[in-house]
Design a protein around this ligand. Structure first.
Ligand SMILES: Cc1ncc(C[n+]2csc(CCOP(=O)(O)OP(=O)(O)O)c2C)c(N)n1
Length: 379
């Protein structure tokens, strides 16, 4: 089933030439049909993310998902629109709230769910889990659990694109909490100095764990940080799919072709707590959450679609397809085997596996015995 149909917020191929004079009615009709189809695909993707994460929460509470699980409900518009502006050879790197980004980038929902389950058909072969989804073939270099940890890697990936002579850009997503990490400043400085093809997307959902942006950042208009590096920065309504799409497309295009790095701040809101384990009410009121829910970006896009001429039934069908994909994803994850024990060290260390596997034995998790008693590791 093709639930992850590319959104037409994804400009495929080169930018089409737009007529400057009068638009002939036929072209106008075609353009609006294309816009409608694109928005419908985005609507379906947003539902896929919302429903996928609601299911992930159920599975987490049923103890079928271990570790942490951070949901992005409420943030779907900026995820879908920003990823939709990427081209095939662009590279995506994100923080740990990454389920939606993986799905929007086209990682099959079954592989994302299998990863949450820690199964061998997961997109990171069951080794990453919720925070460390990965799909190198689709240009998704991962969710990163250390706040800001993705920034130097993303900046290096942008340098790699330049060195290889590629016409492609990096989209590096982070939360508002990451802008106060040292690596943010180091990375933006180098990106500006070396004119790297990268767009730093700050998903400002107003809170880093339980701390509001106002309490954490001396300059709460986070896009302004770019000015310190003489870099372009701008802020958009992250719940407006068209606003994010336009800005991300423009900034990624400039990064790709002219090597102009930029910061894009998308202001949005997360409905749920920081993770599934957080009720999310200790640092904000129920009234605040309810007010933001009334501005829901999926419903907002639904209303827009009706204005554009979509039928209510088309919206319902899109949601139903997303729901079906989530059900199939769970079945896929359930049927996927646990990773084999003897492959545990595979992909973890660069060389050799026997000695390294020794390190992981119970009672010697970091190789203490080998190191103390002259085993192979210290040499
Ligand atoms: C370097 C580092 N410090 C602290 C943490 C613990 N921590 C996990 S999430 C988080 C908040 C990050 O908030 P933000 O960047 O705004 O992302 P959001 O949760 O909003 O997506 C913190 C402090 C961490 N993972 N890494």
């Amino acid at each position: 089933m093709s639930v992850v149909a590319r959104s037409a917020h994804a400009p495929a191929g080169a930018s089409p030439e737009r007529p400057v004079a009068e638009t002939p009615p036929v072209a106008e009709t075609l353009a609006s049909a294309e816009a409608l189809a694109g928005h419908l695909a985005s609507y379906e993707q947003m539902w896929l993310i919302r429903l996928f994460e609601e299911e992930a929460e159920r599975q987490y509470k049923a103890a079928r998902i271990g570790g942490y699980c951070h949901l992005s409900s409420g943030q779907e518009a900026c995820t879908v629109a920003a990823v939709g502006a990427m081209r095939e050879h662009d590279v995506l790197i994100t923080g740990y709230r990454c389920h939606g980004f993986a799905l929007a980038r086209g990682v099959p929902p079954g592989e994302v769910m299998a990863e949450l389950f820690g199964r061998s058909d997961g997109c990171a072969r069951g080794r990453g889990g919720s925070m460390h989804l990965l799909d190198v073939e689709r240009g998704f270099l991962g969710g990163w659990g250390i706040v800001g940890g993705q920034l130097p890697v993303a900046t290096g990936a942008a340098l790699g694109l330049v060195r290889r002579g590629r016409t492609a850009a990096v989209l590096c997503e982070m939360g508002d909490g990451a802008v106060n990490i040292g690596a943010f400043h180091e990375s933006l400085n180098l990106a500006a100095l070396w004119q790297l093809p990268i767009v730093y997307l700050i998903v400002n959902n107003e809170y880093g764990m339980g701390t509001s942006v106002q309490r954490a950042s001396a300059e709460p208009e986070l896009y302004r940080r770019a000015a310190a590096f003489r870099m372009h920065g701008e802020r958009v309504d992250g719940d407006d799919i068209d606003a994010v799409s336009e800005a991300a497309d423009r900034l990624l295009s400039r990064a790709r072709t002219d090597r102009v790095p930029a910061v894009l701040e998308a202001v949005t809101y997360r409905y749920r707590g920081h993770s599934v384990a957080d009720a999310g009410l200790a640092y904000r009121s129920r009234e605040e959450i309810d007010a933001r829910r009334r501005e829901d970006p999926i419903e907002r896009l639904g209303r827009r679609l009706i204005e554009m001429g979509a039928e209510e039934a088309e919206l319902q069908q899109a949601r139903a397809r997303a729901q079906e994909a989530v059900v199939e994803a769970v079945v896929f994850a359930e049927q996927s085997p646990e990773p084999a024990l003897d492959g545990l060290a595979h992909g973890v260390y660069a060389k050799g596996s026997d000695v390294q596997f020794e390190r992981m034995r119970p009672g010697s998790p970091f190789g203490e015995q080998e190191l103390v008693f002259g085993g192979g590791l210290g040499r």
